[in-house]
Design a protein around this ligand. Structure first.
Ligand code: B12
Ligand code: SF4
Length: 335
């Protein structure tokens, strides 16, 4: 396909659609897919049944769309400077979750990108993917040249850092592809040192069964005994290996306006969380990645971090009736 089509898609993605990064790679299978079965067999995906069940095809975009030839990769930054120091009696949620749910924000724009692609290349088939599809999104983005894979396993852009959320458009169109970056972590191991649970067992290797993010977001039943008191004040997710990225502290805020921080989610009073009923929690979580967590699991997480968080009375603001959250049910179609 001509370079002018790629440039038209790039201009549309970075301009009107407002993505922060854009690149293209082939739909050829990823060599990284080969090590997934071993990663699962080692127990690293113990709380990730949807990864185990799809391990054999996660490295192959053609399994998502028959006849796929290319993958358009996009990213949005959520790197802002709003991050109050932890306060007594308050719980944190991961930085990516303090804002509009990226699944909605990215997917709706990918659909528009797909329509534009079909206009430029009539007869082209395409399928959007954001997080939930069985694809190795980071490895695809790295191959498209959006950034490099860090020792934390995150995709890192040298200037924007690791606080990026990814999406893809898998398509039957044959398009000119980007080149992987030649930069990397070098000798830095800050993320490994920052992990409080030893979940980063080696560079580029994360044991999700030991990860605070895995415990608080993915785990269905009771938390493992070793989680008690080790959640670092986090009710949902963990940022420590992301914020350890050395250039992060000095990087200018680049948060995409679509993902602007919701101030009420910067810190959550434990006393108020304890009092929330189903409707109150749904109202607080509405439209954000937090809606992934039901009230029972929110309470489970709260109890695990509460011993380190003496409570104090406070208020999250008026709690009225919960809005209809029709999209929550189809958030994770393969999970
Ligand atoms: C399952 C999952 C998790 C699990 C497991 C994480 C993991 N590292 O696998 C848990 C719940 C722990 C998790 C946590 C988080 N996640 Co998550 N997660 C996913 C999900 C759904 C699947 C990932 C997967 O397939 N993992 C299996 C492993 C083996 O594959 P991989 O990490 O993707 O890539 C491997 C290969 O690329 C290969 N590789 C590539 N290059 C190299 C080089 C060398 C030398 C080597 C040896 C290997 C290697 O090794 C990588 C690591 O094993 C993806 C979405 C998706 N569909 O990809 C989001 C995704 C990876 N998560 C994301 C985010 C934002 C997070 C958190 C920051 C959220 C938070 N604040 O709590 C943390 C970050 C923790 C971390 N350090 O990874 C983003 C990452 C964006 C980015 N910049 O990289 C994604 C892409 C979602 C999205 N659409 O934006 N996540
Ligand atoms: S998200 Fe937290 S617990 Fe998980 S690997 Fe990173 S620093 Fe460790």
């Amino acid at each position: 396909m001509t370079d002018s089509i790629v440039e038209a898609l790039r201009a549309y993605a970075l301009g009107e659609l407002g993505f922060d990064l854009f690149g293209i790679t082939t739909a050829d299978p990823l060599p990284e897919g080969d090590s997934l079965a071993a990663w699962c067999a080692a127990g690293c995906a113990a709380d990730l049944p949807y990864v185990r069940q799809t391990a054999s095809r996660r490295g192959d975009p053609r399994a998502l769309l028959t006849g796929a030839r290319s993958v358009l990769c996009v990213a949005m930054s959520y790197h802002d400077t709003a991050d109050p120091a932890p306060r007594t009696g308050h719980a944190r949620v991961a930085r990516y979750a303090r804002r509009r749910d990226y699944h909605d924000a990215i997917r709706s724009r990918l659909v528009r990108l797909g329509r534009r692609l079909a206009t430029l290349c009539p007869g082209t088939r395409w399928r959007p993917a954001v997080d939930s599809a069985p694809l190795l999104e980071r490895a695809l983005a790295a191959r498209a040249g959006l950034g490099f894979i860090g020792k934390s396993t995150s995709l890192i852009h040298p200037r924007l850092g690791p606080e990026l959320l990814l999406g893809e458009l898998v398509t039957s169109a044959v398009l000119a592809t980007g080149t992987p970056l030649t930069t990397g972590c070098g000798s830095c191991t800050a993320c490994l040192g920052a992990c409080p649970t030893g979940a980063l067992t080696a560079p580029f290797r994360l044991d999700a069964s030991r990860c605070i993010s895995g415990w608080t977001i993915e785990r269905r039943g009771a938390l493992p005994p070793e989680a008690a008191g080790r959640l670092q004040g986090s009710l949902f997710g963990c940022d420590l290996c992301q914020t350890a990225y050395p250039f992060q502290r000095h990087a200018a805020p680049a948060c995409n306006p679509v993902l602007a921080t919701r101030p009420q989610l910067l810190e959550l009073p434990v006393a108020t969380l304890r009092q929330l009923d189903e409707a109150g929690w749904r109202l607080l979580a509405a439209g954000t990645p937090l809606r992934r967590l039901d009230l029972a699991r929110m309470r489970r997480n709260l109890e695990a971090l509460a011993p380190t968080l003496p409570t104090q009375a406070s208020d999250l603001g008026p709690q009225t009736s919960a809005p209809q959250d029709n999209q929550a049910s189809d958030l994770r179609h393969d999970r």
